[in-house]
Each structure stands twice: as C-alpha cells, then as structure tokens.
Design a protein around this ligand. Structure first.
Ligand code: PEP
Ligand code: MG
Length: 565
C-alpha cells in the first residue's frame, strides 16, 4: 500500500502513536470477532488451519518489536504514523529474510498482510474479514480470492477448450479475472494477449474445460502453470498470502517508475512496450516505456469477417498510437496473421498440415500486394506525426527482402503521386527464423535495425509448435542453439553499430534479463506490466561481470544448469 511520508511536529507525537494503536486495536478486534464466528461453526465447516493462521496474525500484531519500532520512528525521527509503520515493517521483514527456518521466513507475508490491514484501519477503510468464500455471482467461475480477502466482488474465470487471440482481445474490457484453456502453449498468441492484460492464465490445461464444473472454486497460478480446483482452506490461505505478496511487490516496484534503467556499471538500457491496440500506448506510457518496440498490427485485422481495415482506418489507428506515445518511437510491425493468429475464427487454418510453416506474416503480405501496399501507405502516413519504425516479420530470403523494400518504395511513390503527406521511417526486420539469424550480413545490409522474435525463433529452431501443449515441455529459450542465434544477432548488430532489440517473451522474463544483458542486449520490448520488474533486475546488474558469465552459459552443454549454478 502506498502511504504518505511526512514529518510531524514534536507536539503531534502522541497523536500519531495513538493513531497506530487504534488501527492495530481495530484489526485485533476484527480477528477476534472472526475467531469467535469460527468457533461457532459446526465441526465440518470450521476451517481449523485458518484459526491457527489468525493466531499467528494476533501474535504478530502484539509483537514488541513492531510496536516498539513504530514508536521509535515516530518519537525519534518524527515520521508520520504510516511512514513509521512501513519503515518498521521493512526492518522486521529483513530479519525474516535472514531466518534459517523456512516456516518462519514465510511468515513475512503474514506480517505484510497485517501491516496493510492496520494501514487500512488507520484510513478508516477496514472491511470485514470473511470466513467463507462469498456467494458466487454466475456460473463458470472460480476465485483467486481467499478466506482472508476482503474484496467485495468475486472474480470470474473463463474456462474454454480454446480461445483465439482475437477472442482474447475482446475480453480486454471484460469482467474475467483469469483464463484457462485446454489447448495452447505459453508463447502462443492467446497466452501472450492474456499476459498483456496482466491477468492470470493457464493454457494447455488439457481437459480442464470438461473437468471443472460450473460454480467450482478455482485458483489459477499463472506463474507455475497450475490450476487448483476446489482448494482446501489451507491452500486458499497460502495462495492468499502469495497474492498479497505479489500485490505488495507490485506496489514496491512502482517506486522505480521514474528511475532510469541504468545498470550498476552505467549502461543505459532501453525498455520498450509491446502493444496490440493503439489505446495500449497509454498503458505503455504509464508503465514507463520509452517507446513501443512492437505494435502487433494484425490485431486490427482480426475478427472483421473478411472486411479488412482500409488505408484511412489503419492510418487513424497508427496515428493514435504514435500520438499516444507523445513523441517517443513507435515500432509498427506489418501484419503477421496465419498459424495461431487466424483472421477470423471461422478461417482457422486447419486445411494446411503445418500452418506455422505456411502462408504467414510477410509471406501473406507479399501474396496480396494490394493489401500490403494499403498497410504500408497507412504506416508511412502515420510517420508524419511522430517517430515511426517499420518492422517486417518472418523474412528469410533475399528475394523477400527485395520485394518488401520494393513495396515500401512503391507505397511512397503512390503517396507522392496523391500529394499526401508521409514521414521518414527506420526500417527493421524481425529475426525469428533460424535462416534469418544465419544471414545477418544480408539483413544488416538492407535494414536499419533488427528485432529478435524469440517466440518464433525458438519454435522454428527447435521444431516445436509454440501453440501445441503436447510439446510445450520442449519449448526451451535456454537451448544452446537458441542462445547461439540470439547471441550472434546481438553481437553482429553491435559490431555494425545497428540497433537490436528482443521483442519475444524472453525480453519480459526476469529470469533471463541478466543473461540477455550479458549477451550485450541493450533494448528490451515487452508487455507494459513486465517493465518495472525487468528494470529492477537491470538496476542490480553489472554488464561487465555478466558478459563473462554469459559466455560460460553460452558454451555450456546445459545452459539452464550453468544459470542455476
Ligand atoms: C516473436 O515471434 O517473438 C514475436 C515477437 O512475434 P509474435 O509473437 O507476434 O509471433
Ligand atoms: Mg513472431
């Protein structure tokens, strides 16, 4: 919880101490009330584990170190009550971190939870604790909410056999708090859109849609890829703490919003956003992105029942994104449909045996020059309103590069003939097919910058369909072959002084930030929700040390072991 920090006058010390005491007493009273109500429950429904947890909370609330510490900060430093409480919380949390005993270490979450409740009580915003999940509002849902949660609404979860990325996008404004699908892989586009919505999702849960019944309670652990149906009170409580911890962590990360992303050894790192719709620019800015590294323009083309957006509609959409970024660069990728991104659900490509290897992305664009030229004109026109980078997906052949560049020239000439204003763009290519990663000199001859699409680069290097859950365990960003292609691309761009970024899911994975920095990457593009966590890793990193370590990881037979060791 964000709290105000200010110094009080010496004559306000007593009042501030009294405010904390009152807040703490209110929480103690609330817990005792809940314990009484549990005692009156029948033996079957009384959640014993909960009672034990409440005892722990009571104990922590009465802890002399907490009370004494708060008094100290108020009296000696003249901190306001909330500041004193959060400062003391940090002091005690550090002690917990140092504890050998895992059980005790984990009680830090309890401490944070009670401190938050005291803060709420001080604000007069304490809501009653519930011993039971609240009544459910509608079918097909579960909850991540917990016994100790005090939010009023029950979150809804959508469980389906399959959801297309376009379906998912429609849910952006919806009430769903989580998604589960039977099919799909972690970097399939449906999962990517769920991640961009910053809500928990598990894809590839095989038969979930048949096994989970209407009105079941469900926990979605998106990080672990775990779905728990009908959890026991103790599991619910555990996840409640986890959830609370996650929220606290996010709150803490907000402090980094205006901190420049610079490593310990002074390397400036560019953090960019991946967006699906022009309106996402706003979210990107709020998350502290310094530009858009990937605007997946295909989302403008989906769910249109064959009526593709015309030049004017596209121009307006790109212009909104460009203007939305207030002068920061926007990288617009030309349409990338096909494979797991069908234009319409009815047009799912089941006819071809290997849609991922079929008419996708630039191949699709070059197969329909009128459509491609329309998009290029719209992007070039939007470039009159700000910094636009034009990015081309899935290139592999010199012939494709030549054709693409010829189309861009033609689009400029058409606008010139019509006397319509357009702007200069930097030209970039995605490196997402191994053949491209092995032809870097060709690419760098023609393009101003490269963007590594690790989602597809992994898929095509390892021959693993990214949307197929049955091979999801083989989808490995740390495979030495993948790392070699990524490392070589970064190194070749650096050698030629050309820009390079990673815009696949690897860029937003905090467990890989150090490795990518060590490989020389200085520009990362990811979902806005991941930016601050990645920034935190950057602030703690020393790229010179990481470069030496990254070479060892690169040479290792099993890089994941080297990373762990
Ligand atoms: C990628 O392949 O890594 C990428 C960023 O593009 P997409 O996920 O849209 O295929
Ligand atoms: Mg791709």
């Amino acid at each position: 919880m964000d709290v105000a920090h200010y110094f009080i006058n010496a004559d306000e010390v007593e009042t501030e101490i009294e405010r904390v005491r009152k807040g703490r007493d209110a929480v103690i009273e609330e817990i005792r009330r809940l314990q009484t109500s549990i005692t009156h429950m029948g033996p079957k429904e009384a959640p014993h584990e909960l009672n034990a947890l409440l005892d722990v909370h009571l104990m922590l609330l009465q802890d002399v170190e907490l009370i004494g510490g708060v008094k100290h900060w108020i009296t000696e430093r003249l901190y306001n009550a909330e500041w004193a409480l959060t400062t003391q919380l940090e002091v005690i949390a550090r002690h917990f971190d140092e504890m050998e005993d895992e059980y005790l270490r984990e009680r830090k979450a309890d401490l944070e939870q009670i401190a938050e409740r005291v803060l709420r009580a001080m604000k007069g915003a304490l809501t009653p604790l519930a011993a039971h999940p609240k009544a459910q509002r509608s079918p097909r849902k579960g909850t991540q909410d917990l016994l100790l949660d005090d939010t009023v609404d029950v979150p809804l979860i959508l469980i389906a056999h399959d959801l297309s990325p376009a379906d998912m996008l429609q849910f952006k404004q919806s009430v769903f708090a989580g998604f589960i699908t039977d099919v799909g892989g972690k970097t399939a586009h449906t999962a990517i859109v769920a991640r961009s919505m910053d809500i928990p999702a598990v894809v590839g849960a095989r038969t979930a849609s048949q096994l989970v019944r209407q009105d079941d309670w469900v926990i979605i652990d998106g990080d672990a890829g775990v779905v728990i149906v009908d959890p026991s009170p103790i599991i619910l409580a555990e996840y409640g703490f986890k959830q609370r911890q996650g929220e606290l962590e996010r709150g803490r990360l907000q402090r980094l919003l205006h901190t420049p992303a610079v490593t310990l050894d002074g390397e400036k790192i560019q953090l960019l956003a991946n967006i699906e719709m022009p309106e996402d620019a706003n979210v990107a800015l709020k998350a502290g992105a310094l530009g858009v590294g990937l605007f997946r323009s295909e989302f403008l083309f989906m769910g249109r029942r064959g009526q593709l957006p015309d030049e004017e509609e596209q121009y307006q959409a790109y212009k909104r994104a460009v203007e939305g970024m207030n002068g920061l660069p926007v990288t617009i990728r030309t349409v990338d449909v096909g494979a797991d991104k069908p234009l319409d659900n009815s047009a799912r490509d089941d006819a071809h045996l290997n849609p991922a290897l079929g008419l996708r992305a630039i191949r699709w664009s070059l197969a329909d020059p009128a459509m491609f030229l329309t998009q290029l004109r719209a992007i070039l026109r939007a470039a009159a309103h700000g910094q636009v980078h034009l990015l081309v997906p899935m290139l592999a052949h010199a012939r494709e590069i030549r054709q693409t560049l010829a189309h861009i020239d033609q689009a400029r000439a058409m606008l010139d003939n019509r006397g319509v204003a357009f702007g200069a763009v930097k030209l970039g290519a995605m490196i997402e097919i191994p053949a491209a990663a092995l032809s870097l000199k060709l690419f760098l001859k023609h393009f101003d910058f490269l963007s590594i699409g690790t989602n597809d680069l992994i898929q095509y290097t390892l021959a693993i369909d990214r949307a197929d859950e049955s091979v999801a365990h083989l989808y490995d960003p740390l495979h030495p072959a993948v790392l070699r292609l990524v490392a070589d691309t970064i190194a070749e761009c650096a050698a030629q002084g050309k820009g390079v970024s990673v815009c696949g899911e690897m860029a937003g994975d905090v467990t890989l930030t150090r490795l990518l920095l060590g490989l020389g990457l200085r520009s990362f593009s990811m979902h806005p929700a991941q930016i601050l966590a990645v920034k935190q890793e950057i602030l703690r990193a020393d790229t010179q040390k990481l470069a030496v370590w990254a070479q060892r990881v690169l040479q290792a037979e099993d890089p994941s072991l080297e990373m762990a060791g």
